[in-house]
Design a protein around this ligand. Structure first.
Ligand SMILES: Cc1ncc(COP(=O)(O)O)c(C=O)c1O
Length: 475
């Protein structure tokens, strides 16, 4: 408790002090990035240890920056997984970059809310600019307009909300319960991301109404399976709502036959949502133009530039063909915002559930200008080369099975003869030594060790180090 009569100073911390702290932090971040290689990637902490080391009760009085910093270095940092480490090869290589870090600092300093154009015109217009740049890189027609959210799960949720609005326009007003509505069905492959089920749960479609279409031997949605499911559902009186096709599946980065799926959706009047959260970035490579087949026919399209396009987490872009279909679901202006809205063509609060919105566009703007399309494409191309090289080493060694075609920066493999438990133990042992970080997945029932590349700092030397670690760890 503070002594009565002795008031704590008000306002922010003094600006000269803040400036000193900023310089110190700048040095620390610079050093952290430069020497990240020397750190153990994953911490060796027991669950609950960090919780126990931190005070249970909130601070009653002000604490000096030095003691907060000490606790950060002593307790928090040792519990961090260093995703930015060039030998972190888990999940998708979500990476930060110098310009991305700088832009995040600017966004924190400005701390604007990009809910309407009026609440920060530049935040809205910069968002429109980076969305248009990205649309051009993706080769999507101008009929597609976008919005930035945090994650692909949220993008897909909004896309499917627009699909539901189109299929049942009265739901916005009257809701779902107690109504005589058809049972909606969603279709996606058995390799698709679980965000489709999350959307079905949230939208009242129901998890059991997501039909998982079998995938072929290369983990792509099987067209005959899709047709079979839809025809069967139509006969039984269900209403097909949307097909979610994936470009770059989570497990193996496989690519669904989007062009054929698009033709099928058009013929049946079914909404097509493309989940290109990871794989969409490949479109920046002229030699990968094949990947864009069918995209122009979609109703909605999601890409996470924080997965392949070097924008730091989080940043997801949703594009909708005729964006008014999205606005129809979500535009709603409360009285207290009526003076601020509709001053310009775009108020991004009308494009989704959330009102308050971070100024995410600035980091994409900084990163993409710093690297240019050419620089981004070269880095992606190098990651593809490294993934293929790793697969060649596996092949040459002769003791490994490669479990999926290497389409992007992902390699799925297992040591021949290893059981599920064997693979689990292998990955635990590899990750425990702090020099690499791999994950597991399951492909048609078979457990696979999975390596994901995409970190801007990863070089051939790092990939080779990981190969040596893997090679020496197997029996
Ligand atoms: C293909 C695909 N779609 C969607 C998602 C969900 O992404 P987010 O974490 O941005 O919600 C992922 C996650 O890795 C993914 O791989």
């Amino acid at each position: 408790m503070s002594t009565p009569g002795l008031l704590a100073p008000l306002g922010d911390i003094p600006s000269d002090k803040f400036r000193r702290q900023l310089y110190e932090l700048a040095d620390w971040i610079g050093e952290y990035r430069a020497k990240i290689c020397n750190r153990a990637i994953a911490p060796s902490v027991e669950a609950g240890a960090i919780l126990r080391a931190l005070p249970t009760h909130p601070p009653e009085t002000a604490e000096p920056f030095e003691s907060i910093w000490n606790d950060f270095e002593r307790i928090v940092l040792p519990g961090i997984v260093h995703w930015g480490h060039p030998q972190f090869m888990g999940y998708f290589g979500s990476t930060t970059t110098g310009p991305g870090i700088l832009a995040e600092m600017i966004a924190a300093a400005l701390n604007v809310n990009a809910m309407t154009w009026r609440t920060s015109p530049a935040a809205t217009e910069l968002e429109t600019v980076v969305l248009r740049w990205l649309r051009e890189w993706l080769g999507l027609p101008e009929i597609f307009e976008g919005v930035v959210y945090d994650t692909a799960s949220i993008s897909t949720l909004h896309a499917l909300a627009a699909a539901r609005e189109q299929a049942a326009p009265t739901v916005r007003e009257s809701g779902l319960s107690g109504r005589d509505l058809p049972t909606f069905r969603l279709y996606t492959s058995d390799q698709a991301h679980s965000s489709v089920e999350k959307a079905a749960i949230t939208l009242g479609v129901g998890e059991q109404n997501v039909r998982r279409v079998p995938s072929d031997s290369a983990f792509r949605m099987d067209m005959s399976g899709l047709k079979l499911f839809v025809e069967e559902d139509l006969r039984r009186g269900f209403k097909p709502l949307a097909v979610v096709a994936t470009v770059g599946t989570t497990s193996s980065a496989s690519v669904d036959p989007v062009a054929a799926i698009a033709r099928f959706c058009r013929a049946h009047g079914i909404w097509l949502h493309i989940d290109a959260a990871y794989g969409g970035g490949l479109a920046l490579l002229p030699e990968a133009a094949w990947i864009r087949q069918g995209w122009a026919e979609a109703d909605s399209f999601v890409i996470n530039p924080h997965k392949m396009l070097f924008v730091p987490f989080d940043f997801s872009a949703l594009y909708v063909r005729d964006i008014s279909r999205l606005r129809r679901v979500f535009a709603l202006v409360p009285d207290y915002l009526s003076g601020d809205s509709a001053r310009a063509a775009i108020d991004y609060m009308d494009y989704g559930v959330q009102l308050g919105r971070r100024f995410r566009a600035i980091k994409a703007w900084f990163v993409w200008r710093s690297f240019g399309r050419e620089g981004i494409a070269s880095r992606i191309r190098e990651h593809l080369r490294l993934a293929k090289l790793f697969a060649q080493w596996l092949e040459k060694d002769g003791r490994f099975e490669i479990l999926a075609p290497v389409m992007m920066g992902v390699v799925c493999f297992r040591p021949a003869g290893y059981s599920e438990e064997g693979c689990r133990a292998l990955v635990d042992a590899l990750n425990d030594n702090g020099e690499t970080y791999l994950t597991l997945t399951r492909l048609h029932g078979v457990v696979a060790v999975r390596l994901g590349l995409g970190n801007v700092l990863t070089t051939e030397e790092h990939v080779h180090n990981v190969w040596e670690i893997v090679r020496k760890a197997i029996r």
